[in-house]
Ligand binder design. Structure first.
Ligand SMILES: N[C@@H](CCC(=O)N[C@@H](CS)C(=O)NCC(=O)O)C(=O)O
Length: 215
């Protein structure tokens, strides 16, 4: 049995669950013992990363490393093609999510709490996100969407958070055409639809805590 250490509202944990669901693997989940960043959890995985996979005695942190491992160890319903150049492009797309788009989303999280909300910073976060969405739009023009791929696991939950947070902040980003079509297709795939359905209550819980009495 595969075990993942995860916390409910983590988008990288959701990214990993999309891959697990697509590959039709069975897994169980545990919270990090003694909490996020605890010494006990760091004795299991020194980086403290969530998610972390336990497959027997084998421990592996980082969603991308874990999905690549699952792809090789459990090849059913592959997320990667055979062609080396296509594989490299899938990795490029996935890393664009992890190192460019999602960090732009992170700028919004502290802005949800009315106590730390700042209109100038919201404006800067919108500009940064619009630039990343435009870049993604151009990158997506090289792809048709037929079956789930490595890089499709990260984007849908980032899009969920972006829509929910900008809506709650009473603002909006510019969603380019290819990105809208991509988001619509992602949500139509079974693994992503299932994950979003089980994940949304955790998004709402997080928002309720951050918004507190101001909701
Ligand atoms: N690149 C990492 C990023 C994961 C990440 O940022 N996880 C957060 C939770 S969403 C985390 O580990 N938080 C606990 C910590 O940093 O100690 C991955 O893909 O797994």
């Amino acid at each position: 049995m595969l075990t993942i250490y995860a916390i409910p509202h983590s988008l990288y944990c959701a990214k990993l669950r999309i891959a697990l669901r697509h590959k039709q693997l069975v897994w169980q989940e545990e919270l990090p013992p003694d909490g996020v960043g605890s010494d006990k959890y760091r004795s299991i995985i020194p980086s403290g990363n969530l998610p972390t996979l336990k497959d027997g005695e084998f421990i592996l942190g980082d969603s991308e490393a874990i999905i690549e491992y699952l792809e090789e160890a459990y090849p059913t319903n592959p997320l990667m093609p055979e062609n080396p150049r296509q594989r490299a492009k899938y990795r490029e797309m996935s890393r664009f999510h992890d190192t460019r788009l999602e960090p732009a989303l992170r700028l919004f999280f502290p802005l949800v709490d009315p106590a730390t909300r700042d209109q100038d910073i919201i404006g800067a976060a919108i500009i940064a996100m619009n630039a990343r969405l435009q870049q993604l739009d151009t990158m997506l023009s090289g792809f048709d969407h037929e079956r789930l791929r490595l890089f499709d696991c990260g984007y849908p939950i980032t899009f969920v958070w972006l829509r929910v947070i900008t809506d709650r902040l009473g603002t909006a980003v510019q969603w380019p055409e290819n990105v809208v079509a991509y988001d619509t297709w992602l949500k139509s795939t079974p693994a992503i639809a299932e994950e979003i359905a089980s994940y949304m209550p955790h998004v709402e819980d997080w928002l309720a805590i951050k918004l507190g009495a101001s909701q």
